[in-house]
Design a protein. Sequence first.
Length: 226
Amino acid sequence: MSDGVWLLPYLAALISGLVGGVHCVGMCGGIVGTMTLGIARHPLRVQLPYHLAYNGGRITSYLLAGALMGGVGMLLAGWLPLYLAQRLLLLLAGVFMLLLGLYLGGWWSLLGGLERLAGGVWRRLEPWARQLLPIRDRWQAFRVGLVWGWIPCGLVYAMLANAIATGSPLGGALVMLAFGLGTLPNLLGVGLLAGAAAHLAHSPLARQIAGGIMILFGVATLWSAW
């Protein structure tokens, strides 16, 4: 299998973060908005380190989850012949990217159902996270991001499937790093330019374009699995 094929999970993760950020605004926009209210009296150059700290915590959680899922992929690769394991992992990633595209575009909400199933776990974490509010310093913002990184999210679940497909903890962590970096522009926009970012998040056209791009990535990944 060519090196280009194995770049797909990383490229897909980065672009998923960029185009799927419209969904991130809806999922994480509330907490970022609450954080912004606490520091809104400060100029943007003072606010920015708080937002970077929050997003640093969120991406750290993604890295941990990605390493864990990459480890699962490594175990799977150890149990099956290499050729078969590679194709199964790519098929898994491709299917989840298709589901993600349909979800982002508003055409089928199966991943939304997964979010609701995982909501029970989040209900146990959320009260603890809210005890950290309002945010008073950057370390507190980082800790809020650490907790909020585990919020049930279909977009994150699809990227974790990509992390499994790498077949290694390092590869899984790098997939989630690429994804997290891709989400930064949108979530920083929520904090610093809240009105414009929120308008984008609720634009059906933006969501459909994001969904279409992810479907193309899913088809490319499934094609490479053969």
